[in-house]
Design a protein around this ligand. Structure first.
Ligand SMILES: [Mg+2]
Length: 249
């Protein structure tokens, strides 16, 4: 485990006190900035109030569109394929219309301050999304934060819609979701003292199972799924509340 940095002190409990760095030792610049802990978090419906997909469905989808989501729920196509086909059906709309939908997602208003508090306490934020980086990156940039993001790359092409691809070059690529959220959590579990996960959907369940109950944050369908299998979790309403739980109010 590399030495981790906890500027300002923190509530993070090191699992092995004997491994604590000697305060008289010179800092090692190669490891000094390594975070102690990671909050791996879903984006749609977790850092935002609403999903991009559900808002698109309400506002922009043509009425004669095949039921791609129903085909996913029936197991005929993957989650990634359903979203890819839905986003590619937006070609009759302008990029400005999609940006209006993005702005209606309701990004947590306390996001920037919460990310700063996490950083101060030695936590990194890692965003994992089965959605598209086209809106994930834009919204995070609008809040002035730059966490590590694993999402499906995409671009808007007039007449063709939002074209989303699997992140084929990523070590965390998934056939089902595009991004393998559980693999990202496993990666952090191998490298950090503490790992938390937050999500709101069925695709978040595999990742949520991997972290301890006190660091498993859920709402929506993820809360329903966790409760159904007897998995303990912390319920949240706004993403910023999670930060209070992990670093204190
Ligand atoms: Mg979600």
């Amino acid at each position: 485990m590399p030495r981790c940095s906890r500027p300002g002190g923190s509530a993070i409990a090191a699992p092995d006190p004997s491994a604590a760095p000697d305060p008289s030792a010179a800092p090692d610049p190669s490891t000094a900035a390594e975070p102690c802990a990671a909050l791996v978090t879903d984006f749609d419906g977790t850092m935002t109030a609403r999903d991009f997909y559900s808002l698109v469905s309400e506002r922009l989808l043509p009425p004669d569109l095949p039921d791609h989501w129903g085909q996913y729920r029936a197991g005929h196509v993957t989650h990634f394929e359903a979203l890819q086909r839905i986003f590619a059906s937006l070609g009759r709309h302008s990029e400005a219309e999609l940006l209006e939908v993005m702005d209606a997602m309701g990004l947590d208003e306390g996001l920037a301050g919460s990310v700063a508090r996490l950083t101060e306490h030695g936590w990194e934020v890692v965003v994992v999304s089965a959605g598209c980086s086209w809106y994930v990156d834009r919204l995070l940039a609008s809040a002035g934060v730059e966490p590590e993001v694993h999402a499906n790359p995409g671009r808007f092409v007039p007449g063709q819609g939002l074209l989303m691809q699997r992140p084929e070059a990523s070590p965390f690529v998934s056939h089902e979701l595009g991004v393998d959220k559980a693999a990202v959590v496993r990666d952090r579990l191998a490298r950090r003292e503490r790992v938390a996960f937050a999500g709101d959907g069925w695709p978040d369940l595999d990742a949520a199972r991997l972290v301890p109950a006190e660091l498993r944050f859920a709402r929506g369908d993820l809360a329903t799924a966790a409760a159904a299998e007897g998995l303990a979790f912390q319920r949240f309403e706004r993403w910023s509340q999670i930060v209070d739980e992990v670093v204190g109010p």
